[in-house]
Design a protein around this ligand. Structure first.
Ligand code: PSU
Ligand code: MN
Length: 303
């Protein structure tokens, strides 16, 4: 595997010793956030993982090699829009490798790679899911994130589905796919930087309890699925205001008939513009907070 997948020395050593590791995605660096916030966020997430006593493993693709544990220079390269990095979902990994391209990895691709190398805990901002449709003629769009979380034994620590999505439909599809959705220290499921208004069916008060449940799910029940662990965003924005800003962005996205992969970055960018950067600030805060929680889970799982 060393030809196509390069695991950093630090991550190899942690895997060998069974020490805690937290995988981090890089589509948020390559597509989700504009510079310089993208790189600052990647650095801060890696730092909070280290401060918490785990090894950060940013996953991404450079010149067709899948990197597990990226250096700062490698992250800088992926974070430079001028190099036009691709957005890699799990199904695109092999082709992107063969084409020797650069790519940020989405939740779907990061889950697949993390599971492949034996990393069990992964932090992201908000997962993809079932997209909203303004009318029945708009094509349906369901993120590959959901199907890949369902196929890989990884705990995805996130602030729920992104608010741009049909959030209730996304949670329903996770149920259909057999993916447990557990809430961390809250009775409400989050929807990125907003509340969802939906009650969490299963909530946990501590990382130790989450680790126990993960072991039961994977080792005792031998379930092949991943698990979504939702964490409340540290900066919560008023739902009504976000919905009001989102509607014209959804209309504009439909009018432009954007290719599927461009929809999420377009909508996130439009929300940030409409709120004078407040959604981006909230996005950065929740990314870092999720990395902190993932570190606690990873430590409890390794203990
Ligand atoms: N979380 C964020 N910002 C992002 C993403 C997640 O805070 O940009 C990315 C993730 O990589 C996720 C992807 O997998 O958006 C979903 O894209 P799509 O809806 O096209 O599947
Ligand atoms: Mn899509």
């Amino acid at each position: 595997m060393d030809e196509l997948i390069r695991i950093s020395d630090e991550v190899i050593a942690a895997l060998r010793d069974g020490r805690p590791i937290v995988a981090l995605e890089t589509s948020v660096v390559a597509q989700g956030l504009p510079p310089p916030a993208n790189l600052e966020s990647a650095r801060r997430c890696a730092q909070v993982v280290r401060d918490g006593g785990a090894v950060p493993a940013a996953i991404g693709i450079i010149e067709g090699r899948i990197l597990v544990g990226m250096s700062d220079a490698e992250l800088q390269r992926l974070g430079d829009p001028a190099r036009k990095p691709l957005k890699a979902g799990a199904r695109e990994l092999a082709a992107i490798c063969a084409q020797k391209r650069d790519a940020g990895t989405t939740v779907s691709a990061t889950c697949a790679v993390a599971a492949r190398v034996g990393i069990r805990v992964f932090a992201t901002g908000g997962i993809g899911g079932v997209h909203r449709r303004l009318d029945a003629l708009e094509p349906g769009d369901v993120s590959a994130d959901l199907a890949e979380i369902a196929r890989h034994r990884v705990c995805v620590v996130c602030a729920g589905p992104k608010i741009i999505l049909d959030v209730p439909a996304t949670f329903e599809l996770l149920e259909t796919l057999g993916v447990p959705v557990w809430s961390y220290r809250s009775d409400e499921l989050p929807a990125f930087y907003c509340g969802s208004g939906l009650r969490a069916e299963q909530a946990f008060a501590s990382a130790v309890q989450v680790a126990q449940a993960l072991r039961a799910h994977w080792e005792v029940l031998e379930s092949p699925t991943g698990v979504v662990l939702t964490v409340q965003p540290p900066i919560a924005l008023p739902r009504a205001e976000i919905e009001a800003a989102l509607l014209p962005a959804l209309r504009e996205a439909a009018r432009r008939k954007l290719p599927g992969k461009e929809v999420t970055p377009f909508l996130l960018g439009a929300l940030s513009k409409a709120t004078a950067g407040r959604t981006q600030e909230a996005n950065l805060a929740l990314l870092e907070n999720n990395a902190t929680t993932a570190t606690e889970i990873s430590r409890a799982l390794s203990a």
